[in-house]
Design a protein around this ligand. Structure first.
Ligand code: ZN
Length: 168
C-alpha cells in the first residue's frame, strides 16, 4: 500500500515527466498502485497521487478495464460532452458534477513500452480524462468555476479538520 497524497501537496499541482525506463522498477510501482487503488476502492490512480511525478496512471473498472497507461496522450475528444459526478482519492469526501467530452481516443504505452490505443466512452472516458489531468497538475475541482471550487476546498478542509480532531 502506498500513501495517497492529498490536496495541498505540491506534487499534485506539477506537470509530470515522461517515463523513459520500462524496467522492473516500473512494474513494482504499477503493482503497488493497483493494490492501493483496490484498497481505496477507486476507479483510477495517477502517479502524482502517490508522490511520483511521472506520466503514468492505472485504471480499474471491474469487469471492463484493468490497465496501466504510461506516457498517455489524448489524441481526440468528442465535441459532445457529458456531465457526471466525480470525486478524487486526493480530495476524499467531496464530489461535484464535472462536464467533460463524452468520448476520447487515447494512446499510451504498456509496461514494455509498446504503444496501444483505446477509444473510450462513459465511465472509462471520464476516468482517463480525470487521471490524465493529474499528470498536468490539474484536479477535478480546477475544472469548476471559482466559486464552486472554493466551496469544494472549504468542504474538504472542514472534513479534514474534523478527522484530525477525532484522532487526537
Ligand atoms: Zn483524482
Amino acid at each position: 500500500m502506498l500513501d495517497i497524497y492529498t490536496l495541498g501537496e505540491e506534487v499534485l499541482t506539477e506537470k509530470c515527466q515522461p517515463i523513459t525506463k520500462f524496467d522492473s522498477g516500473l512494474r513494482v510501482l504499477v503493482d503497488a498502485m493497483f493494490e492501493t487503488l483496490t484498497e481505496a476502492d477507486g476507479v483510477g490512480l495517477a502517479a502524482p497521487q502517490v508522490g511520483v511525478g511521472s506520466r503514468l496512471f492505472v485504471i480499474n473498472i471491474q469487469g471492463k478495464e484493468r490497465r496501466a497507461y504510461v506516457n498517455p496522450q489524448i489524441l481526440e475528444t468528442s465535441i459532445e460532452t457529458e456531465t457526471a459526478e466525480e470525486g478524487c482519492l486526493s480530495i476524499p469526501g467531496v464530489w461535484h458534477d464535472v462536464q467533460r467530452p463524452a468520448r476520447v481516443t487515447v494512446q499510451a504505452q504498456d509496461l514494455e513500452g509498446k504503444a496501444f490505443t483505446v477509444k473510450a466512452e462513459g465511465l472509462l472516458a471520464r476516468a482517463i480524462q480525470h487521471e490524465y489531468d493529474h499528470l498536468n497538475g490539474v484536479l477535478f475541482i480546477d475544472r469548476l468555476d471559482e466559486e464552486e471550487r472554493g466551496k469544494m476546498v472549504k468542504a474538504y478542509e472542514k472534513r479534514t479538520k474534523g478527522r484530525r480532531s477525532r484522532t487526537l
